[in-house]
Design a protein around this ligand. Structure first.
Ligand SMILES: Nc1ncnc2c1ncn2[C@@H]1O[C@H](COP(=O)(O)OP(=O)(O)O)[C@@H](O)[C@H]1O
Ligand SMILES: [Mg+2]
Length: 284
């Protein structure tokens, strides 16, 4: 057996919902294909169930369709084939208020205060500034920025800007938080701190998270399940349950279990890159 074959990940295992103690399915991608107008097939046959209170990471090389999958889940773009099925039915548009989306860039309005940036989704829903006061304060408290409500984005560090972006996504009290490489641009210490804060707030807030990353270490630390994707076309090639107890702390990073899971996820990621006819590693 060649080294390439040895690293090839197992076929996707879509375990039945009854096998895990997690909550019911909140939203699922069923048979999702996405081909863009220029002919690029970004996703093919994607099937993914997201259960309540899960922390699912989509792990894969650049170009494997992670962002596309997240945007389809959020209803920001439609699939070419297949569907996004929500518990209780309804189209993506009907569930907008239940979804918080965090992009890689904080995308804050530079002319608005921190509080007004967090207010934006509420304003778009017609909530008055006065009525939104408590929700804004609660969201800022969740991310540890209560003292910075009146500050402007230019006064904040990169990590603080990302916290504001997360507070803004939380302002509508979403049931599901979709995060697209939110910490990729941050230094490692800030990233580790935000990892811990994210786990704490997911616990306090009891929401479901789908988190896009190409960091093996981050995905193992945060997730209850890692979904590994390969490119051309974007598809799921492995799923790795992360059975480590929660809540997790920095000591988890020093355990043999963490090391073993990182090796497993890393092997699956390399297998995904080997499976890419154009050589996914070239995109890292
Ligand atoms: N709007 C678009 N039009 C055409 N091609 C796109 C568009 N968005 C993404 N793609 C292509 O689809 C593939 C998947 O992209 P993306 O979902 O951004 O991957 P990832 O987030 O994993 O890096 C890539 O080949 C990318 O170039
Ligand atoms: Mg992306």
């Amino acid at each position: 057996m060649s080294a390439t074959q040895a690293r090839t990940p197992p076929p996707p295992s879509h375990r039945s919902l009854d096998e895990t103690p997690l909550g019911a399915t909140l939203v699922a991608l069923r048979g999702v294909d996405k081909t863009f107008a220029n002919g690029t097939t970004a996703l093919s046959g994607l099937a993914l169930d997201i259960r309540e209170n899960e922390f699912v990471s989509l792990l894969g090389p650049s170009g494997c369709g992670k962002s596309t999958a997240l945007r389809i889940l959020a209803g920001l773009i439609p699939p070419s084939r297949g569907e996004v099925a929500w518990a209780g039915g309804g189209r993506a548009e009907d569930h907008r208020g239940e979804i918080g989306f965090v992009f890689q860039e904080p995308t804050l309005m530079p002319w608005a205060s921190v509080a007004d940036n967090v207010y934006l989704p509420l304003r778009l829903r017609g909530v008055s500034r006065r009525d939104a006061g408590d929700a804004i304060a609660a969201s800022l408290a969740l991310v540890g920025l209560s003292k910075f409500a009146e500050a402007y984005p230019r006064e904040l560090s990169g990590g603080m800007k990302m916290r504001v972006s997360i507070a803004r996504a939380l302002s509508l009290r979403p049931r599901i938080l979709l995060m697209d490489e939110p910490f990729a641009a941050l230094d490692e210490i800030t990233r580790f701190k935000l990892n811990d804060d994210l786990l704490r707030l997911q616990h306090e807030f009891a929401c479901t998270v789908v988190f896009v990353t190409h960091s093996v270490y981050e995905s193992v630390y945060l997730s209850t399940r890692i979904v590994v994707m390969a490119a051309r076309p974007g598809r799921i090639v492995a799923e790795i349950p992360i059975g480590a107890p929660t809540p997790r702390t920095e000591t988890f990073r020093t355990t043999p279990l963490y090391g073993a899971l990182c090796r497993e996820a890393s092997a699956a990621l390399h297998g995904a890159m080997d499976a890419d006819p154009a050589g996914g590693s070239a995109h890292l």
